[in-house]
Design a protein around this ligand. Structure first.
Ligand code: BGC
Length: 340
């Protein structure tokens, strides 16, 4: 079957090729695979690891698919997605169902690290890693994976912030790509006043939720926030956001910025305000199983509250062989269509 493969570490090696992969579990016919910044980094040779003993890695970790055969508690025709990160098999976090907090770093990730991804017609998946998706979410199925990461980040932010009596009334989201938009939706659903800052001139989805949309150049005029979520993948924005936290404020970094650079941080903000005002900065990656289930139900709530908004976020659909267009696309989520 055809698959989108790369040779990790080799920029420009992405191509469509015939693969034969033996996998146990539930057979799933892939409908669509979303493309994100991590896929771009892998195709640029900056990230990704092939399965042990192999040179190539099948890309794709944001999947929506259909179960092909009854079994393992699933019925033919069920709509599903699947988790990305899998246990290292030997640390307490993985043993407790939290490979998102793996302590050895020896985890596997579908389409990213030592485990083939979903950008192919058929996969076999461990039933324990499958997540049921209602048919109403078919059009936005590729958003479940990024949404799970967002749900996880906000869950951690509220656990960290919750160590002190406080309320989250006002939040700043930097970046209005897929992650920034989903975080904005989730916070607005919870009734939080949100300012979303981005370089782009506007975002109809963000505005539909009632969030305020501003240019990142205006950050210093916006006052202080109980929560900041950096989704742009810009370490300079993280540094700038540190000054914008209110008392007991929490800042979460969700966007990766792999540039080799030095970022200036205001010394008194870090050395004085962070201490005297109990502020926190933390990073968040991936999601555990419960976050996936929560992502499915939260996306459904977002869809009902702002009809059409998330649907418009999946802005480009192209067949597998046009993967270059999907990787280059910057106007929202791009998806590769594997079957109808
Ligand atoms: C994925 C995560 C993954 C991370 C690091 C992100 O793009 O959404 O599931 O853990 O990359 O590999």
């Amino acid at each position: 079957m055809n698959a989108l493969v790369v040779e990790p570490g080799h920029a420009g090696s992405a191509c469509i090729t015939d693969v034969s992969i033996r996998e146990e579990g539930v057979p799933v016919r892939v409908l669509e695979v979303g493309v994100c910044g991590t896929d771009r980094e892998i195709t640029h040779g900056l990230f990704g690891v092939a399965p042990d003993g192999e040179d190539r890695l099948v890309l794709g970790h944001e999947m929506i698919g259909v179960v092909e055969r009854d079994g393992h508690g699933f019925a033919r025709g069920d709509l599903v997605t699947a988790t990305v990160r899998r246990s290292c098999g030997r640390c307490p976090a993985c043993a407790q169902g939290s490979p998102d907090g793996c302590l050895t770093g020896d985890y596997l990730e579908r389409g990213i690290t030592r485990l083939h991804g979903f950008a192919r017609e058929l996969v076999g998946e461990d039933p324990a890693q499958l997540v049921a998706v209602p048919f109403e979410l078919r059009e936005i199925g590729v958003l479940v994976e990024p949404a799970a990461d967002c749900v996880r980040a906000l869950r951690h932010a509220s656990a960290i912030g919750g160590r002190l009596p406080r309320e989250v009334r006002r939040a700043l989201v930097t970046g209005a790509g897929t992650i920034g938009t989903i975080v904005t939706c989730l916070l607005r659903l919870d009734g939080v006043e949100v300012v979303t800052a981005s370089l782009e001139p506007s975002s109809p989805v963000v505005e539909a939720t009632g969030a305020e949309y501003v240019a990142t150049t205006r950050l210093s005029e916006l006052g202080r926030f109980d929560l900041v979520v950096e989704c742009a993948g810009d370490a300079h924005l993280t540094a700038a956001a540190l000054r914008l936290l209110d008392r007991s404020g929490v800042a979460c970094i969700l966007g990766i910025d792999g540039r080799d650079q030095t970022v200036p941080v205001d010394g008194r903000t870090l050395g004085v305000d962070f201490v005297l005002e109990n502020r926190v900065l933390f990073g968040s990656v991936n999601a555990r199983r419960g976050d996936w289930d929560a992502a499915v139900s939260t996306l459904d709530s977002v869809r009902r509250r702002w009809p059409g908004a998330l649907e418009s976020l999946v802005a480009l659909r192209v067949p597998l062989d046009r993967f270059d267009e999907a990787l280059a696309f910057r106007g929202g989520k791009a998806a590769l269509v594997l079957s109808e």
